[in-house]
Write a protein that binds this ligand. Structure first.
Ligand code: SAM
Ligand code: SF4
Ligand code: SF4
Length: 357
């Protein structure tokens, strides 16, 4: 026993969207439920799969501060999005903890009526310093990225020589502050850190934290992605289950991105985000707001809808709402489902560090 069949994403009894809200739905009948807000395009890491140093070097033109949305602008948009069905907001980046006074934004967003879930994704480098302030400001949960437990591998991947210990201290501080359970994101790249998958699962087993193994994706155009670099989800599950017996868990909610598995001995669970080998576009309820206020309806598009222009040109709430409706109603993105088609490879895409994961 031990190796579960790798199931397709959606069980027949997964919760359906729209209960209780006048749902805004897109062209493929998908509601708007999640908003990821990038608060900066800057980062203190140079992960080779996200912001390769050759591209994001000293000469790279990051957004000037005046072009980045203020906390007031972000919060105003968040209210409008929540009124249109958004229940969950994830603060991301770039690295969100390098944005000055980020806990103030957390406090402002956590006061938005109707928002059920406020979370943040970080590389963890500044988390030891920030965890308590984030919790006190109203952050409910946190996701910390960590790609290996071995310094030589992790430092090569973050490319700024940041040690594993620093991230683990951030995770400990977050847990001590009450941001529990913590999700740990590990991007798995063949020949780079795939041998660390079982060690990562074992390390966090029994801690209450949930490791989520992420298939390396072809986001943006700078990371030199090749299909042969991807370790398929089924292989990740097989490798872990061979040592730590697993069984599948039903999704918690409609639109959940991770396939969940629990340890058969009851010592916790893991998630697998299989966006390459098992696309989940048909349940995709996510919108992404870039640091300069453009809305992207898919991770794999270069078309951003400019909310900042409307915000700064005196747009009313009604005009902002109408703009959101006009964008979402015609949305028909499903890149992951058509990735293998010829045209998908050549289309321009926004960088992950620009709109967050
Ligand atoms: N800087 C923060 C961090 O690293 O957690 C937040 C932003 S980062 C873009 C969000 C998530 O996207 C991280 O977990 C990161 O590992 C993941 N990510 C970045 N590039 C990726 C890629 N090419 N494929 C899969 N995941 C990726
Ligand atoms: Fe920075 Fe996160 Fe991208 Fe790494 S994955 S370069 S930490 S934004
Ligand atoms: Fe959503 Fe686009 Fe990813 Fe499909 S490819 S799941 S539409 S973000």
């Amino acid at each position: 026993m031990g190796t579960p069949a790798f199931s397709s994403r959606r069980p027949a009894n997964a919760a359906q969207p729209g209960a209780g809200t006048a749902a805004l739905t897109d062209a493929l009948h998908r509601p708007l439920r999640d908003l990821r807000i990038s608060v900066t395009d800057r980062c203190n890491f140079r992960c080779t799969y996200c912001m390769p140093r050759e591209v994001f070097g000293p000469g790279f033109a990051f957004l000037p501060h005046r072009e980045v949305l203020t906390f007031e602008e972000i919060t105003r948009l968040a209210r409008i999005f929540v009124a249109h069905g958004v229940e969950k907001i994830r603060i991301t980046g770039g690295e969100p903890l390098v944005r000055r006074d980020i806990e103030k934004l957390v406090a402002m967003l956590s006061a938005v009526p109707g928002l059920h879930d406020l979370t943040l994704t970080t590389n963890g480098a500044l988390l030891k310093k920030k965890a308590r302030a984030l919790k006190e400001a109203g952050l409910q949960r946190i996701t910390v990225s960590l790609d290996s437990l071995r310094d030589e591998v992790f430092m090569a991947m973050n490319d700024v020589n940041f040690p594993v210990r620093g991230v683990l201290e951030g995770i400990e501080a977050a847990a001590a502050a009450g941001l529990h359970p913590i999700k740990i994101n590990m991007v798995v790249k063949r020949g780079v850190n795939d041998d660390d998958v079982v060690a990562m699962a074992r390390f966090f087993q029994g801690t209450g934290h949930i490791v989520r193994f992420i298939e390396y994706m072809d986001v943006g155009t700078t990371n030199g992605w090749r299909m042969s670099d991807v370790v398929p989800a089924a292989e990740i599950v097989r490798r872990i289950a061979a040592e730590l017996p697993l069984e599948p868990v039903e999704p918690d909610y409609y639109g959940e991105v991770a396939n969940r598995y629990r340890y058969q001995d009851g010592s916790g669970e893991i998630g697998i985000i299989a966006s390459v080998t098992i696309p989940f576009c048909r349940d995709c309820t996510r919108a992404r707001l870039s640091a300069e206020g453009k809305l992207y309806t898919c991770l794999f598009t270069d078309v951003g809808h400019d909310f900042r222009a409307l915000l700064r040109n005196g747009g009313t709430d009604a005009q902002l709402a109408a703009f959101l409706q006009s964008v979402w109603r015609v949305r028909d993105d499903r890149y992951s489902e058509i990735r293998t088609q010829e045209t998908a490879h050549v289309r321009p895409k926004v960088e992950m560090s620009h709109i967050g994961g």
